[in-house]
Design a protein around this ligand. Structure first.
Ligand code: NAP
Length: 270
């Protein structure tokens, strides 16, 4: 019998999760049904053609307790939303940034099991990175249920503290946006050299995609692959000099630290 999941929130992350779940090769065996709990129906509309999906506007409309209730809402909405789930005894997962495990304990039933997760949107195409955190080590059945929700959606791993999860938030949670930004800037550089918008974007995407797959499959470090294509006095060397003048290493470190600091601040907001 497949899992029943209640998904609370269907914005960027909630809909990425749904797309990922619905397109897994074994989706029909793995997932029996989904309730999407959001105030308005429009966001869920595109998914409703799948008979396993139902829209409800509040948890009171749930006809049974789901195997998993997953929160994909903004951290500042949690204090208003969580009390509505106090009577449910089930496995809860929250993908919200910043709020520590202790925050959820004050709202949810003590007999529930709670897991924080930090996914990213590429899981919608099964290329995500997902980290999990639970307070105590989970019993094998619950651990398996958590992993069952995400298996096949990308690379996943467990971390040991809220602090680690905040670091993951700054790295892989926000990370796709850093890469989208780089793809954007690469495409803009191609357009500045006179290529069409369409070809420029395609060149940017295939260069990032090709380089990522190559670094993964070659078994070599990105640094050594970079050295192999950077001959002294060549074209690449000229470009790398410009990137080094901008201190890309330092810039990325500062960006990730800023996101990590923001994740810490979110713990105390809302
Ligand atoms: N986006 C990412 O890349 C990413 C990555 C990792 C983690 N996260 C985490 O995922 C969470 C959601 O982020 P997001 O980017 O998906 O935000 P979002 O696009 O703003 O989506 C939030 C969703 O919550 C719904 N919502 C608002 N009030 C609600 C309520 N009372 N009950 C049920 N649903 C309610 C919204 O519905 P309406 O639109 O109808 O208001 C919307 O569907 C955040 O906590 C974020 O930290 C996001």
């Amino acid at each position: 019998m497949g899992l029943s999941i209640a998904l609370v929130g269907c914005g960027a992350m909630g809909s990425a999760l749904l797309k990922g779940w619905l397109t897994l090769p074994d989706t029909k065996e793995r997932f029996a049904n989904f309730w999407v709990i959001v105030p308005h129906r429009e966001k869920v509309e595109p998914f409703l053609k799948d008979p396993r999906i139902g829209w409800i506007s509040s948890p009171e409309q749930l006809s049974q307790t789901p195997d998993v209730i997953l929160f994909a809402v903004k951290p500042y909405h949690l204090a208003e939303i969580l009390p509505q789930y106090k009577t449910f005894e089930t496995l809860f997962i929250s993908v919200a940034s910043g709020k520590p495990l202790s925050f959820y304990e004050t709202y949810l039933s003590p007999s529930s099991v709670f897991v924080r997760a930090m996914p990213n949107t590429p899981l919608s195409v099964h290329q995500g990175t997902i980290a999990f955190l639970s307070k105590v080590s989970l019993d094998p059945q619950n651990k398996q249920m958590v992993e069952n929700c995400f298996r096949g959606m990308g690379f996943f791993f467990w971390v040991n503290s809220d602090d680690d999860l905040d670091k993951v938030t700054a790295l892989t949670g926000s990370g796709p946006a850093y890469v989208f930004y780089m793809i954007e800037s690469f495409a803009q550089a191609a357009e500045a050299l006179g290529f069409s918008k369409e070809i420029s974007l395609q060149m940017a995407i295939s260069t990032f995609e090709g380089a990522s797959i190559y670094v993964q499959q070659s078994g070599q470090s990105p640094k050594s692959l970079r050295a192999q294509v950077t001959s002294p006095q060549g074209t690449t060397a000229e470009a790398i000099k410009v990137l080094e003048r901008g201190d890309l290493y330092h810039l990325m470190e500062e960006a990730v630290k800023a996101a990590y600091k923001r994740a810490k601040e979110l713990a105390h907001e809302g």
